[in-house]
Design a protein around this ligand. Structure first.
Ligand code: COA
Length: 238
């Protein structure tokens, strides 16, 4: 049976806390993409976290509110020892957001969940797609994932559009799947959520009765998307 997660409505956990399981450490070293650096968090990242998380829009769909500067210092200290969180920086070192990844279910399922939060002033540049595409690629190629999943509030269109840019497929619309607050009468306010997934790209992946949907079909397109957008915006042909 899958391990049951422990509910913890805390800042650092996306709402659900699952203890580390000794999986191989992904992104233990800094990794570069075309425009970004992906690295582990450091204990002195508090100011940087505050820089992208202090905008209410950044946490609108998260199970926590805007953190104080002091809470961001505590987050940095926690995340420096938590391999589920990956810091995303511009090449000049500015911290613009974070990725999240954790094992879902028993190890034999080889299933990972991903998440992400970027500062609103860094939206609209393709940074989240660029960073998350690298994360998903490494989950398949380094960690040997079979399936990568993500969930988001149905109202969070930027989030589910990002998941679709990654080639993930909407597998479910879960009704009243989550609650993070009560109304004035003390009743839970429920939110619907979309669940997305993408399957491994290995040639020897087992066949099933389900239609398959593979990351290799989309990774090249995602990794070169920013070049296409740049060319298009400059008014030159694609
Ligand atoms: C979800 C989230 C990361 C998406 O951010 P985003 O900026 O929309 O996504 P990207 O960084 O991939 O940028 C894509 C946009 O940049 C544009 N873009 C501009 N320059 C680009 C370039 N050089 N390359 C690629 N895309 C580019 C794309 O066309 C696209 O624009 P569109 O939104 O008009 O379609 C962001 O909204 C967020 O952090 N939200 C708060 C936290 C949250 O809700 N997390 C999810 C919880 S489930």
């Amino acid at each position: 049976m899958p391990e049951h997660p422990v509910r913890r409505r805390g800042l650092g956990t996306k709402g659900w806390f699952r203890p580390a399981r000794g999986v191989a450490r992904l992104l233990a070293m800094a990794t570069r993409t075309e425009r970004l650096e992906l690295r582990p968090f450091a204990p002195d990242d508090g100011a940087g976290i505050f820089g992208y998380l202090a905008d209410p829009e950044a946490v609108r769909f998260e199970p926590y509110g805007v953190p104080t500067r002091e809470e961001c210092d505590a987050l940095a200290a926690d995340r420096a020892h938590d391999e589920r969180f990956v810091a995303v920086c511009l090449r000049d070192g500015t911290l613009i957001g974070n990725l999240y990844r954790s094992v879902e279910g028993p190890p034999t399922w080889r299933t990972w969940e991903i998440g992400y939060v970027f500062g609103p002033r860094f939206w609209g540049h393709g940074y989240a797609t660029e960073a998350a595409a690298r994360l998903v690629r490494d989950l398949f190629e380094v960690e040997g994932a079979h399936r990568v999943v993500a969930a988001c509030d149905v109202r969070n269109e930027r989030s589910w559009r990002l998941l679709e840019r990654l080639g993930m497929r909407r597998e479910a619309h879960m009704l009243q799947a989550a609650t993070f607050a009560d109304d004035e009468h003390g009743r839970p306010v429920w939110h619907d959520s979309y669940h997305y997934a993408i399957l491994e790209a290995r040639d020897d992946a087992p066949t099933t009765t389900s239609p398959t949907h593979h990351f290799s079909d989309v990774i090249d397109r995602v990794e070169h998307e920013h070049e296409r957008v740049t060319v298009t915006r400059n008014g030159r042909p694609r």
